[in-house]
Write a protein that binds this ligand. Structure first.
Ligand code: RP5
Length: 182
């Protein structure tokens, strides 16, 4: 079990409610427990690649002081990349990016009102000097892969696993193409 911390009262959690003895290398944060159905995809990918992570709620608007202390302490706690998901007026990824030198990957969460376009624009339209790597609406899966790619720059065994992943993906498409061609 990979997760080290989970503070989501009332959320339906299973494997990631157990602490991991190892130090987390990636942080997954989200503005609300309502983001968990999207953000758990990132947790699953990190788990598959055996990357220790922590996952919790940090809200830019409802818990601004927690966001501040979380972002300021993340690097010293050994985190290498932060995946931040939020919906609507999705200020969490950008605000966290403004407070840390760590790379921040933003996940726009789909909303009822605007299908997540509001989230996407809130996250992607950062001012010059404060980058957030933004993935597609709801694509927490890719956010985790990107975090793994960042870690893999300095981790050859993780790099090997990524190469294998990419080869497997290629093979699965080629097999489908062969079947289609008859
Ligand atoms: C944002 O507001 C959260 O990231 C969430 O996507 C959205 C709605 O939050 P809830 O009202 O469902 O808690 O802060």
């Amino acid at each position: 079990l990979m997760a080290r911390a989970l503070i989501i009262p009332g959320a339906s959690v299973h494997w990631y409610d157990k602490p991991d003895a190892r130090n987390p290398r990636v942080a997954i944060i989200m503005g609300s427990d309502s983001d968990l159905p999207i953000m758990k995809d990132a947790a699953e990918v990190l788990k598959t690649f055996d990357v220790p992570f922590e996952i919790t709620i940090v809200s830019a608007h409802r818990t601004p002081e927690r966001m501040y202390s979380y972002a300021l302490s993340a690097k010293n706690r050994g985190i290498h990349a932060i995946i931040a998901g939020a919906g609507g007026a999705a200020h969490l990824p950008g605000m966290v990016a403004s407070l840390t030198t760590l790379p921040v990957i933003g996940v726009p969460v789909k909303t009822a009102a605007m299908n997540g376009v509001d989230s996407l624009l809130s996250i992607v339209q950062m001012p010059k000097g404060v980058p957030v790597a933004t993935v597609a609406i709801g694509n927490a899966y890719n956010a985790a892969l990107l975090a793994i790619k960042i870690l893999a720059v300095g981790d050859s065994s993780l790099c090997d696993r990524l190469s294998q992943y990419q080869e497997d993906m290629e093979q699965s498409v080629l097999i489908k193409a062969e079947k289609l061609e008859g």
